[in-house]
Design a protein around this ligand. Sequence first.
Ligand code: KG4
Ligand code: ZN
Length: 326
Amino acid sequence: MIVLGIETSCDDTGVAILKDGQELLTNLLASQTELHSVFGGVVPELAARKHLDTLLPLLDKATKDSGISLREIDCIGVTNRPGLVPSLIVGATFAKGLSFALNKPIVPVNHLEAHAFAIFLERKVNFPFIALVVSGGHTNLFFVEDFGKMQPLGGTLDDAAGEAFDKVAKLLDLGYPGGPVIDRISKKGDPDAVDFPIAKVDGYNFSFSGLKTAVATFVKKNPNVKKEDVAASFQKAVVEALLLKTDLAVKKRSVKTVVVSGGVACNSYLRARFTEHFGSQDIEVLFPSPKLCTDNGAMVAFVASYRYQKGETADLTFDVVSRSLT
Ligand code: KG4
Ligand code: ZN
């Protein structure tokens, strides 16, 4: 079984070819970081236009690299929700065109489900587990019972964690995207230098906009405090907020495994803190490797593989959706 995975929900174009639900033949990514960096964030129309430019050459390269011809593809998986609508439309329309021309089935894929299951491309995970999907656009907790069976527990009420990283990096003049640079410079800073607040939010929800404002206010009042210290203290506040609600979910649902995925799951402080915290309670914490944490076509192909096997294909009238948890 050969499945093509297409990902264009935000600013990365991903095309992957997966064999038998496990053997990744190719996983190509075209990043648009440079295009958007001057704006300090993703500009949806520019992102969509760039996907349009990039998809066909990337598909060409994917077939050449993998030695798989378009005719050999059994199914096409494409992200159709949630994400930036202009970006999603380009990927979905491209996939529909391929599906029609090749007469192959198509599976619309939820981007959050794809992040939550990306880990399976590298190893087996026992059900049930708690998945924390934490990226530039999303911060969500799920109780995952089986393939394709995930119950949303909560999410951010305002900014996503990655968005907070990007906005704080912008106000500290560190460039875009903010996550990797804050991660890097925080290693030279003191996480206890500034006591930034952790928002008190009900249930399994999160809030990061107050933290971002607190950092902005602090920097204005204390222009001489080292950026490294501000960054490290901010990063600690984000990670503690994520840990608090993940821990609550683990305890309430009595699971033995946590999977953290999405771009922010690349964060070295988060990885260390989660591993230390849950390790001491004999709970396994798993992170996909960074290439599978950030947006990619492979995770889309993986979800499409099991949904295709269950017969969950769609006709060509399916829509794209900006907000959707399931
Ligand atoms: O999953 P992803 O590639 O795209 C979305 O679906 O949003 O995540 C991108 C986000 C950006 O906000 C970026 O700043 C953040 O992930 N990120 C990080 C790190 N690497 C990427 N945040 C914290 N630490 C990192 N090392
Ligand atoms: Zn993502």
